[in-house]
Design a protein around this ligand. Structure first.
Ligand SMILES: Cc1cc2nc3c(=O)[nH]c(=O)nc-3n(C[C@H](O)[C@H](O)[C@H](O)COP(=O)(O)OP(=O)(O)OC[C@H]3O[C@@H](n4cnc5c(N)ncnc54)[C@H](O)[C@@H]3O)c2cc1C
Length: 344
């Protein structure tokens, strides 16, 4: 292990190799906080070539490694292996190419999800939008095949990855997809997306972005019970409507989110259903009234329609903050309780 450590320091520089137990605690869990394992070493390469050299060094030493993006995953995919190396990809955060004429963006894996939509705004956007999009990385999105509010209509990450550069576990580098023509053979990009870091490290990712719809109309309907909101979802879909986004929140998430972002949701609501139609202006106008009627028929106690972009953002802010806001009303994790006792 001492020899591997020296190799990693030579490849990435001393500042980017973490071995102090306190510093390593940053990396002992991802979003699945029930599990924590302290790696022996966390290494933060700064280029694709450094990633390759790190993997080659680990392979040569027979030491297992795990890739990590922003560490927001909820499946434990970035959980380190004890006595192993954690390869942290946050320093690979360059947007390599923005080619709007061809609806194509090339990024390094540490670029955040939201940075892609920012880079192609205002004309285009990147539809997969996990609620963690401010922090989560495109490399993590690829490995988890992440989705978000827009996936009902637009699909998941897998529908937007057209090419990958991957460092394989033995240090070999392969390019998958990315061809202008659809070549025969296995869908290796499709196999890699959602493979949770088990097939290699993505060091370059080619993404498809799409034009922003001409119009967007958003409402949030409040119900006494989640069952009514759920039935309204079925009614909307059954009526042949395909909302750009359709999201439900229960009483507890409304309470937590409202405490955090003050979006004006009634604190006593049993459920909230956000419905967003997008497309041509005429299509949105024609079908929006239908959505309002379906919510009212479904038992909505109130329907709030976003008057402008600011109100639309506020409505969404509550939903996007909900997961993190649950932390405000949850008991502290076991480790945190112990830490607090030690500090008392
Ligand atoms: C508050 C909150 C809200 C969330 N909302 C959503 C949501 O709406 N939808 C959703 O789908 N998920 C959601 N998630 C889960 C999580 O944010 C996503 O899975 C996200 O894609 C993980 O990205 P990350 O950069 O944090 O990856 P990490 O957690 O660091 O890693 C996740 C997996 O990706 C692998 N990996 C990371 N980078 C690479 C790479 N370059 N090459 C190969 N493998 C790699 C890791 O080994 C691991 O298996 C949420 C999480 C939180 C905490």
């Amino acid at each position: 292990m001492a020899q591997l450590l020296r190799q990693l320091e030579r490849i990435c520089g001393d500042d980017h190799v973490v071995t102090h137990p306190h510093a390593l605690r940053t990396y002992e869990s991802d979003g699945l906080l029930q599990y924590h394992v302290t790696p022996r070493i966390a290494v933060l390469p700064g280029t694709a070539d450094e990633v390759r050299e790190v993997v080659v060094a680990c392979h040569g030493a027979g030491v297992p490694w795990v890739a990590r993006g922003a560490g927001s995953g909820l499946s434990g995919g970035a959980l380190p292996v004890e006595e192993g190396v954690l390869i942290v990809l946050t320093r690979l955060h360059r947007l390599l190419e923005v080619d709007l004429a061809n609806q194509r963006v090339v990024v390094e894996p540490g670029v955040t999800n939201v940075a892609v939509s920012h880079a192609v705004a205002p004309t285009h956007f990147f539809p997969p939008d996990p609620s963690s999009q401010i922090v989560c990385s495109i490399g993590g999105n690829v490995a988890e095949n992440s989705g978000g509010a827009h996936c009902f209509k637009y699909g998941f990450t897998t529908n937007y990855v057209t090419g990958l550069e991957v460092v394989l576990p033995d240090g070999g580098v392969v390019e998958l997809g990315g061809k202008a023509v659809d070549l025969p053979g296995y869908d290796l990009v499709g196999a890699f997306v959602g493979s949770e870091g088990t097939l290699g490290v993505a060091t370059k990712i080619v993404l498809r972005v799409i034009p922003r719809p001409e119009a967007v109309r958003t409402l949030v309907a409040f119900f006494d019970h989640t069952s009514e909101a759920g039935q309204t979802v079925s009614d909307i879909v059954g009526a042949g409507l395909v909302p750009g986004a359709l999201e439900m929140m229960g009483r507890l998430s409304i309470e937590a989110a409202e405490g955090a972002v003050h979006a004006g949701y009634p604190p006593d609501a049993g459920a909230a259903l956000i419905v967003e139609l997008d497309g041509s202006g005429a299509e949105c106008d024609a079908r929006f009234d239908e959505v309002v009627s379906l919510c009212e028929q479904g038992g909505a106690t109130g329907v709030r329609i976003a008057a402008d972009d600011a109100e639309r953002e506020l409505i969404w802010k509550a939903r996007k903050a909900a997961f993190a806001a649950i932390g405000r009303i949850s008991p502290p994790a076991r480790g945190a309780r112990a830490d607090r006792r030690a500090l008392a």
